[in-house]
Design a protein around this ligand. Structure first.
Ligand SMILES: [Zn+2]
Length: 215
């Protein structure tokens, strides 16, 4: 993992601070919910920056002025609700969760909010947080992925992989009926790549095994 210092200006308090940008990292395999297995350290926490003065949190492009006064007021309110203490260093997963909440008020798409919650679950697992924190973020990821699908935020070529992810997250949440429904909906699209069809089959098999155990 390679880090380079980067100066950022906070859109909430106008403070300037130096953070680290991740410029390089290595990924081995991915888990069934696409959580990467990083080969040279988990770079996720460093990808989300936080203002050491007020606690505003986001990706590098989120550190730009917020022109809309109403939006800025809403973002200020949310940042204040974090109860940030100057000098505190939020954990990796906490950074993603805060960035996800802020993304809603920054007017980001449901898909982007979902992605932040998904990354929060990965970070949570890699950090060894108690499982309920990971579950809560996973529920949010499903909620926002479903909204994004309803509002047609994905292209048809991306939808099979999004539906797979919804299915897999539901499976991990212990919601097998919803998982199978999402997996089945993938067939509404012409092109499911071979690797994705294989991954779906593997996860369907796990659901069948669970059901056999219960029977
Ligand atoms: Zn700030």
């Amino acid at each position: 993992m390679k880090l380079v210092p980067q100066s950022l200006t906070c859109p909430v308090c106008a403070g300037t601070f130096t953070s680290s940008l991740v410029t390089d990292f290595e990924i081995g395999e991915k888990e069934s919910d696409f959580c990467p297995r990083y080969l040279d350290g988990n770079p996720l926490p460093q990808m989300v920056h936080f203002c050491p003065e007020c606690g505003y949190t986001g990706f590098q492009p989120d550190f730009k002025p917020i022109a809309d006064a109403e939006r800025l007021a809403a973002v200020r309110r949310i940042v204040a609700s974090f109860g940030f203490v100057k000098g505190a260093v939020p954990s990796g997963p906490e950074r993603f969760r805060r960035a996800a909440v802020l993304a809603v008020y920054l007017g980001k798409s449901n898909a982007e909010v979902a992605n932040l919650y998904l990354q929060a679950t990965w970070c949570s697992r890699l950090d060894g947080e108690p499982e309920d924190a990971e579950r809560r973020a996973r529920k949010k990821a499903v909620e926002y992925l479903e909204k994004a699908l309803e509002e047609d935020e994905f292209t048809d070529s991306d939808k099979p992989v999004v539906l797979y992810l919804v299915g897999e997250l539901c499976r991990r949440l212990g919601r097998p009926t919803e998982a199978l429904l999402a997996f089945a909906k993938m067939d509404n699209y012409e092109k499911i790549e071979d690797w994705l069809a294989e991954w779906r089959e593997r996860q369907r098999e796990l659901i069948r095994e669970d059901r056999d155990d219960e029977a």
